[in-house]
Design a protein around this ligand. Structure first.
Ligand code: PFF
Length: 434
């Protein structure tokens, strides 16, 4: 199918955008505390295996839908399965990122608040008190959502690609610096051990399921982002390279984020399983105590850390905004500026209650992670594994048979998509309710 719309422009730009979507709060905020709550190294090992065996093939399924159709999620279903109930998959994949955007931007707002507070190390007394207050989280949320929308207004090449091409390499440089710094702290080796020395007695069904869920979350699967971004990728590009590149960068970044955080947490004698407040409570404590001995260094490290968190969040939330924006432009004839404005307004309406009430925030998070993402992912793999014609899937996966490696991999990928992935996703889905 012809694809004459705007594209990312180069393979590097495409991988930077995909990796930018993947590398976000999931890696730098969620991953470290999930590692802490799920037994350390064993969780990481299962997360890596789940990503390689299962999440990358699911990534291919979404990529195939997006690039084959060259359209947004609803347009993709209209083109690939016209007049069928599959259109509801398109509806789901367009709505889910919109719902995620509402509460994700609240966490984005927390990050920019902590970034600003880092300049004088004047952090709130506790993260719980800060997140339960009214004005500061609310204003930060609005500013963060506005920043996200400003980038998306710039378009695919001049907005999203331009931003991610610069920020992803910068983010890697910052996180490498922070992890080297963290592992050189006195008493940090217990944190490194915790990350890399597996204690197999800690493995149980919940650890496995949480690790798989993390793979899903961090690769931005099941929410239309890969479908939408793949529609901006050249027909000549190799999706295996894109998938392995994205997953490789994401895994590497998550490990570096773990290395930047856990050794420092152990060095400061803080409990690693302290939940979602881990980076917002523990790290300010570490930076403040560091600055009592080295004032400049403490501030510099604090600013760099929360700058990294904010940039990682932004490169992901722009992908959340782009999904409904693509639908409004392609299906409803909106101009980009107006489409982004409408998404901004809806994001405000949905996000204000999340910023003001932690119960609503948690309900949005639970609804998305435990229901909408697994259902969206499951339907995508079923669509490619069972509904699309085998020849079409083969043609898209192998670029018409020209990519020899992909020809060899095809049988395995199709097996995973038809059998293994649906069963695994169902297991994660059902386990959330047991
Ligand atoms: N992959 C991104 C992250 O890990 O932060 C984006 C994202 C995925 C946001 C899933 C929210 C979500 F539920």
């Amino acid at each position: 199918m012809a694809n004459s719309k705007e594209q990312f422009g180069s393979r590097f730009a495409a991988i930077a955008a995909l990796a930018g979507s993947a590398i976000g709060l999931g890696c730098i905020w969620r991953f470290p505390y999930m590692v802490g709550e799920n037994g350390g190294a064993v969780y990481i090992i299962i997360y890596v295996i789940a990503t390689l065996l299962l999440c990358i093939p699911i990534f291919f399924a979404e990529f195939i839908i997006g690039r084959r159709s060259g359209a947004n999620c609803l347009g993709a279903m209209r083109k690939l399965a016209p007049g069928t109930p599959w259109k509801w998959l398109g509806v789901l994949c367009t709505l889910t990122p919109m719902i995620i955007l509402c509460y994700y931007s609240v966490v984005g707002g927390w990050s920019i608040t902590y970034l600003l507070k880092s300049f004088n190390l004047g952090y709130p007394a506790s993260f719980a008190a800060f997140s339960a207050s009214t004005w500061a989280p609310l204003c930060a949320f609005v500013v963060y959502l506005g920043l996200t929308c400003l980038i998306v207004v710039g378009g695919i090449k001049k907005g999203i690609a331009a931003f991610t091409k610069v920020s992803i390499p910068l983010l890697f440089a910052l996180i490498v610096f922070l992890s080297v710094y963290s592992i050189t702290l006195k008493g940090s080796s217990a944190g490194v051990d915790y990350l890399f020395r597996p204690d197999w007695s800690k493995v149980d069904a919940h650890v496995v399921i949480n690790a798989l869920g993390q793979g899903f979350y961090s690769l931005s699967l099941g929410m239309g982002i890969i479908v939408t971004y793949a529609s901006y990728i050249s027909k000549k590009d190799d999706m295996v390279v894109a998938g392995l590149g994205t997953a490789g960068f994401t895994l590497f970044f998550a490990l570096l984020a773990g290395l930047a955080i856990m050794p420092a947490v152990f060095a400061a004698g803080i409990e690693p399983a302290s939940g979602p407040g881990l980076i917002f409570d523990s790290l300010p404590f570490i930076f403040t105590s560091l600055s009592s001995t080295y004032p400049v260094l403490g501030t510099v490290v604090a600013v760099l850390f929360f700058f990294s968190v904010s940039i990682a969040a932004l490169t992901s939330s722009i992908s959340l905004v782009e999904v409904p924006v693509a639908w409004l432009i392609e299906e409803k004839g909106f101009r980009r500026g107006r489409a982004v404005l409408l998404v901004f307004v809806i994001g405000l309406i949905g996000g204000v209650p999340c910023a003001l009430n932690t119960g609503i925030f948690q309900s949005f998070d639970l609804l998305c992670c435990n229901v909408l993402l697994p259902v969206g992912g499951l339907l995508c793999v079923l669509f490619v594994g069972w509904k699309m014609k085998r020849e079409d899937v083969w043609d898209e996966f192998t670029n018409g048979g020209s990519l020899k490696w992909n020809v060899r991999l095809f049988g395995f990928v199709r097996f995973v998509l038809s059998y293994l992935a649906p069963v695994a996703i169902l297991a994660v889905f059902v386990s959330n309710f047991i």
